[in-house]
Design a protein around this ligand. Sequence first.
Ligand code: BG6
Length: 490
Amino acid sequence: MSSAADPSPLSLVIFGASGDLTGHKLIPALFQLFAKHRLPANTRIVGVARSPYSDDQFRDRLAPLAEKSAGKEWNRDGWNTFAQHVFYVSADAAKPGGLAPLQKWLADKEGNGKAHRLYYMAVGPDLYPGIATQLGENGMAGEEHGWRRLVVEKPFGRDLATAKELNRLLHRYFDEDQIYRIDHYLGKETVQNLLVFRFANTIFEPVWNHQFIDHVQITVGETVPVGSRGPYYDRAGVLRDMIQSHLLQVMTLVTMEAPSRFDARALRNEKLKVLESVPVLRVEDAATNVVGGQYEGYLKENGVAADSRTPTWAAVRLHIDNWRWRGVPIYLRSGKGLAKRYTEVIVQFHCPPHMMFPLPADTLLQCNQLGLCIQPDEGIHLNFQTKVPDTEGVVLRPADLQFHYRDAYADVVIPDAYERLLQDAIHGDASLFMRSDGIERAWEIMDPYIAALERPEAPQLQSYPVGSQGPKSADEFIARDGRKWLIRCH
Ligand code: BG6
């Protein structure tokens, strides 16, 4: 659906209007979409929260945040025009009767004609059930007068049972195709490029399997500590916060089969298939496939229990039991408080079956590697051997073939993931959102790993200094398989 094809007005309702996500991500993304003429002409954005702002106070609060996010691209006049489309309604949306002020506002603005609505839950997860219930009970989910879509942020549950419960509740009022579950990693250009790289080229796919690939590493390293998010983070930990969601999603794109069409159903069916091929381990088996760590000083963060055993770093090893991936370990690791911010996928290929040239020690590291660099230096690195010229005898040295977005698309500012996701939700394209079965399967896979670290008999988490590479035990974990952690993107 395009704005030209359907001139009906759009009300974009953001619950949690005074929160960080709205100010730092959603409004800046909507402003960019507006500046690029990608919002339907008749769009009204209405922020909903309990604080008593006027429209102007709300706009004034947002302006500096949008300015900061736009950086050099900031355009004050453009913002002023955009801000005229931004409104505020004070309401306690999760409380029975609490939506009345919003209903009145919508009735005034939309009139009796057809109008579409996108409801965005930019609130804490404890409010999702209440808000969804109020929307449903007040007849605001029905599509008689235009489509109604609900965007649900992460975290979606904290284990399989709670994710199922939340899905059940949402389905009481909304059909599955009205629900857009966000994982913002899927909105990143380089994550989408994984599909293009694999399925719009022919040369990689024939070697994309156990015959040629030794193992795959997916890493999301963050320099930031938990900051002001202690109370949330201490209940979540890195396995829930990052690995169950972002890293598993990236893994599905790296390992799934080619869908027959680029649409939500075909794509999400293939993603689900690969998740279904990951065996769900018993907790005692998961325990030997996971290692956790905690950065020094975490216990002193605001909102963190003094004796917390929440991991801020973890690595897991898993397998995909299908023809393509049989026997190829996939390592997922992520942590906060590290030396470097980087997200990358490394595909380590096997060494040649017979080498007639001398290779230095650490042979596997000398064999082909492909680095898919998700952020911050977006690009692709392909590593291969070369002959060093003019030496006595044959001397080999690995070289890197590099593709960088900053060179290839020098005149394009890579958009924030939320731009793409908001645009897709408005257009009704759910390809980059998670379906209920996919999210439940991701929890089912991850629950035993989480339980393994939370068991009373689990070994103490190893601590690591802020600004390091993570705990030492991480190196031992992968060394037991005869491998090393790799970094290719720099
Ligand atoms: C969020 C996590 O989903 O992703 C945060 O809750 C994390 O803890 C963030 O910092 C990382 O996102 P990005 O886009 O900065 O890599």
